[in-house]
Design a protein around this ligand. Structure first.
Ligand code: 3PG
Length: 218
């Protein structure tokens, strides 16, 4: 079992590694390794593989084995049992769209840190009470976007965020300019069309551009 402080500290450390966490939906296992290689070549080392496709867990394992520089996490964890599956697959962090008592208990048992999703002040207070000092704001744009994060920075100035959901190349820099945004998450760096045809040069180019975004950080 990990202590709460270990969990939260190491998630912040992971968030500090790159300004953008690509949110990946992998349809076919053979896409996993070249995708991770392209993202890492472009400068994005922290990767979130969503549990939305049948090959997601295998994809995490394949990326871990083949791409040593990548920090491979699992996203869309919604059940306690997902934590066990992801840990067995080799996930190095987890991301949830929300936070429940079941997920908090599973996170405390898990061998990796969690970035829990919140979208209201009440949910943020609950996450902080559970020991988390960094959260995903989800869905960020729909929850109020930049203005919401500025407002949350008033009562919770020390809390770090990774806004995800509706973050694009066009608005990412504005998010990253906020003092409480450590990184952003988004799918724009790994478009489904590029994955489908194996256009890894396009993914690398999008990653390089995303990696050049600047943050002010906490
Ligand atoms: C998601 O869970 O799908 C992420 O929030 C990614 O959202 P995006 O596709 O709007 O970047």
């Amino acid at each position: 079992m990990q202590s709460e402080s270990n969990v939260t500290t190491s998630m912040r450390d992971i968030m500090a590694l790159a300004p953008v966490i690509p949110v990946l939906t992998i349809q076919r296992l053979e896409q996993a390794v070249p995708l991770a290689q392209a993202l890492v070549r472009g400068g994005l080392r922290v990767l979130e593989v969503t549990l939305r496709t049948p090959c997601a867990l295998e994809a995490i394992g394949a990326m871990r084995s083949a791409v040593g520089a990548a920090i491979v996490g699992a996203g869309t964890l919604t059940r306690g049992s997902d934590f066990r599956d992801c840990e067995a697959a080799g996930a190095q962090f987890g991301v949830t769209p929300g936070l429940t008592g079941e997920l908090i208990a599973a996170a405390r048992r898990a061998g990796f840190p969690l970035l829990p999703g919140i979208m209201t002040p009440t949910e943020l207070i609950a996450a902080r009470a559970a020991g988390f000092d960094a959260c995903k704001l989800f869905p960020a744009q729909q929850a109020g976007g930049i203005a919401m994060l500025k407002a949350l920075g008033g009562p919770f100035p020390d809390h770090a965020f990774c806004p995800t959901g509706g973050v694009t190349r066009a608005n990412a820099q504005e998010y990253l300019a906020l003092a409480n945004v450590l990184c952003v998450g988004g799918s724009w760096v790994a478009p489904a069309a590029a994955l489908e045809v194996g256009d890894w040069a396009a993914v690398e180019s999008l990653a390089r551009d995303a990696a050049s975004l600047r943050r002010v950080a906490l």
